[in-house]
Design a protein around this ligand. Structure first.
Ligand code: PEP
Ligand code: MN
Length: 338
């Protein structure tokens, strides 16, 4: 980190600043100039709060030269992390994981049927929301525990690991017991209390990018989970808010190479929530695979017009199967499989 102080900063203040940083275990170099004094700080600067440093009236500028995250940082962990979800591997350079299922769990038999269909089409995990973050309090809120147990039955029938969204700390024990991959939804990406709590779980976490969050904020949320003890984090891009109205969100595919450069964590793309329209889900899936994504998470429903949530972006099983076949061809071109 580089800090410059204003002209006329008293020598006693410069000494005080040096001692303050040294007390935090940092190595401090001071370059005294005629107009400015410049501090170079070396060591673990993730413990420093830039805004707090700027609050000092003598400080003119603060600049980070390293990232504020450590555990997620590729710099300290060169190899790609491969996360095991009940034995299914996500990450690494070979296999691409395809997760599919309905937006909301709608009942036991429905869930078993859809699980069988997505498995036959090539999915390696089943998704389904039992606790739904809905914009309107009058919309369907999810089946709750009953929905989680429906997923468990579908896992028993098919062997597919199950992915579901955790919205609050009071369901942690239920998810720890039943769910294989704990989804933290876009709306909770910066629910720091929840992030700390899942950081103490033993189950891997699928962390979705917030509706309007920067890549750095998203990685910092992964860092929360990792700093609290759970290093099994998979990132999921699901589109961000822009001025564009033709799609529900704007799929930021550039995150794939950026996440790979900055972190060692796997990155999964959700083209369903990103586009909000089933017509665009296949092309964005193929693009995601070509860009190097480690997985796809796709909403599939046997009868989208009757889905309890997100029908407009849900694929019918036969279209999903077509997508998987095409995605497999793209994967092979780049030396991967799916
Ligand atoms: C979902 O996966 O159904 C969901 C609500 O996702 P997001 O948090 O990305 O909106
Ligand atoms: Mn949905």
């Amino acid at each position: 980190m580089i800090i410059s102080t204003k002209k006329g900063t008293p020598a006693a203040e410069l000494d005080r600043i040096i001692h303050e940083f040294e007390a935090k275990g940092l190595e401090v170099t001071l370059i005294r100039g005629t107009d400015y004094n410049v501090f170079g700080l070396v060591g673990d600067t993730t413990v420093l709060d830039e805004k707090q440093i700027r609050a000092n009236p003598y400080v003119d500028n603060v600049q980070r030269v390293s990232e504020p995250y450590k555990k997620a940082n590729r710099l300290f962990h060169e190899a790609d992390s491969v996360i095991s979800v009940a034995g299914v591997k996500v990450g690494g350079r070979e296999k691409i994981a395809v997760i599919a299922g309905p937006c909301s769990v709608e009942g036991e038999q429905e869930t078993i049927d859809i699980a069988r269909q997505v498995k036959a089409a090539g999915a390696c995990m089943l998704r389904g929301g039992a606790y739904k973050p809905r914009t309107s309090p009058y919309s369907f809120q999810g089946l709750g525990t009953e929905g989680v147990l429906d997923l468990v039955k579908a896992r028993k029938a098919t062997g597919l690991p199950i992915v579901s969204e955790l919205m609050s700390e009071d369901r942690i024990d239920e998810f720890e017991e039943y769910v294989d991959l704990v989804q933290i939804g876009a709306r909770n990406m910066q629910n720091f209390q929840l992030l700390k709590a899942v950081g103490k779980m033993t189950k891997p976490v699928l962390l979705k990018r917030g509706l309007a969050n920067t890549i750095e904020e998203w990685i910092m949320s992964a860092e929360y989970i990792m700093a609290y003890g759970n290093e099994n984090v998979i990132l999921c891009e699901r589109g961000i808010r822009t001025f564009e109205k033709y799609t529900r969100n704007t799929l930021d595919l550039s995150v794939v190479p950026i996440i790979k450069e900055k972190t060692h964590l796997p990155i999964v793309i959700d083209p369903s929530h990103a586009t909000g329209n089933w017509r665009y889900v296949e092309s964005m899936s193929l693009a995601a695979v070509a860009a190097g994504a480690d997985g796809l998470i796709i909403e599939v429903h046997p009868c989208p017009e009757r889905a309890w949530s997100d029908g407009a972006q849900s694929l019918k099983p036969d279209r999903f199967q077509h997508l998987v076949e095409k995605a497999r061809q793209v994967a092979r071109v780049i030396g991967r499989d799916l």
